[in-house]
Design a binder for this molecule. Sequence first.
Ligand code: MOS
Length: 765
Amino acid sequence: MVRLRKTRAEVEGRWREEYVAEEEERVKSWRREQRFNYVGGRVRAVDGPAKVTGRAIYTADVALPGMLVGRFLRCPYPHARILSIDTSHAERIPGVRAVYTHLNTPKIPWHTGMSYLMDTTLRYPGEEVAFVVAEDEAAAEDALDSIYVEYERLPHVVDPLEAMREEAPKIHEGGNVFGGGPSRHRRGSLEKGLQEASVVIEDEFRTSPALHNSLETHGCVAYWHSQGLTVWESTQAIHNVRQRLSEVFSLPLSAVRVICEYMGGGFGAKFDPGKHTVMAALASRATGRPVKVILDRTEENLVSGCRAPSIQRVKAGFRRDGRLVALGLEAIINLGAYASWVPLVSGPYRMLYNIPNLETVEWGVFTNTIPHTAMRAPGFTEGAFGLESVMDMGAEELGLDPLAIRLTNYAETEPDTGLPYTSKALREAYTAGAEAFGWSKLRTPVRSGKTVRGVGMASVVWWGGGGPPAYAEVKLNRDGTVTVLTATQDIGTGTRTILAQIAAEELGIPVERVNVLLGDTALELFSPGSGGSGTLASMGPAVRAAAFDAKMQLLEIATQFVDAPLEILEIRDGQIQTVGGERSMRVEELLRRLGDFAIVGRGARGPNPDGRAIETFAAQFAEVEVDVETGKVRVLRIVSAHDSGRIINKMLAEGQVAGGVVQALGYALLEQRVVEPDTGTVLNPNLADYLLPTSLEATEIEAVFVEPEDLLANNLGAKGLGEPPIIGAAAAIANAIAHATGVRIKELPITPEKIVRELKKSLAR
Ligand code: MOS
């Protein structure tokens, strides 16, 4: 019998309650002593050849007969109202098939009701003003040039502190503060804690708006045909896109199909359909032709979101032994022009250490800048920079080792909720990371000529437990191959490969014979968005359960062929055999004999355990070399030691760590959107002037996995890994720079100019 059970699941700190169909718990968690054939190793990415040979089909590759091209006209100002708009010239250009403005676009609420799909008030540079569809790009571009818009400029504000002032220009009717006030959280008494402290550090930290810069920009192909709407979208969440489109167009879910076979990253910016998606669908409905919209790099930079910049005012009280007895945070978070949530900058402050007295106050503030979106560990990456800088400042003041002070404040239970963890091996990550890095030998800065070397570290906490609902099917085909079906998507992390490994492991069938079909809502096997480091922990257990179901069906049939009871049958390396190996039969032979009868196993993600916190941890170590004349920083080495539970594929996991660390390196040293305050103009909306780390800056990165199998979290024992690698690395680099130079930069990115300025100041003292 199927029972419904309520469970809690989280994506990036936003909790939701879910009902899950709880079947009899048939699949037991893999134990530590489990011997694996396909899980845990360095299985090559199953789609690697398709990607490197260019055969993988991305959204931008989709070309349909009769396809039109869509382009947006965008507002050049940070804050303006459209007084009039004339599209008559544009409409007469040969090849132009439709022109949309607020005058002929349905009034569809956008940004959770803060604006419309095509609004008359524009609140940041790049916001959509008109949309053109044409036979080709050139005609579309000509049409955009021929639209005449009369704007009324409105006063704008780009600085969050200014935006909070009474006299600041109002961006929304409800004012510039999200929710009308800050969100507060406390435990114990900050005042009392500060009185107990022998050292109090009080300082301010600033983090910058980092852009996602996915290799693939946002885009779609929308085709409104006789059965409904089909959309190819570069998205982290095909089901989310389908849900939203069905709402916007009042279509049943079954009439909307969303496809994302391959995608070039999202990092949090691709959870929802964009204006490009809805406009393309509208235009396809009107013209009867498929419409393709792919944002160019400038558009991607201007409108696809960013990590929200933050100001963190921190007060930390340490006892002489390094115990952090009081911690206060006031954060001002620049949300940009629209937001439906505020990233949890307080996350690490609340969750990383065992702090008896804590008070956090977070203000989300609207400004006339690009709306923020989730970006790889939103809030935590920002917060870790402030908190982990303060930890080092405390250690320095007290003459303690940075690693020791973190161990002194180690949390044995989840500090924010008081719950026990399903598993926590941060201590092991500290030890293994420090060992691999050589921490204890490197604690004296080394000067040679005009360069000086130093080391720093930081701790990481994040979620990543995943959860239901997530469904999968595993088909055993008559040719002896296996098909895993799930309607999840592979954001680029290697979801296809790990799901193939999990199915292969459970079935005892070589991974080369497993195909994974995903990225299509038509499969009707609901799966969550690829985010919150939760894809593996959500989808993997469902696939394993489905494979188990298929295996049991196969073995039951096998009893009749092999003439042995079920209890003594197993599958090894594609062979069904009795435990001792006396009698056997190849899986493909059995399946061939079954003919057209297909075995289909079904699996669902079970509930998360009640009363437990599922969290991931890491300890990150950095060695840097600073030129004290030019302020130029070279990151020599990063060691990133992770507790993400069991690792399903070491090679792909190392890829996740490398990617996160390189992004963090950019966050630490290079990346900055430059906004000219007087005009609100973004001065570097391109990849030439927005500095990303390249192979020149990328460094030696060593990933260490401590791998405590988490028997309580799910049947794999695995936790997430996508986000943790970015969280602490910028703080570790900042700490290493401070260790090397003796000056601490409290504002990201840590540019050569800032270092030289501080070095000069310190010389003058
Ligand atoms: Mo989300 S920031 O894509 O995990």
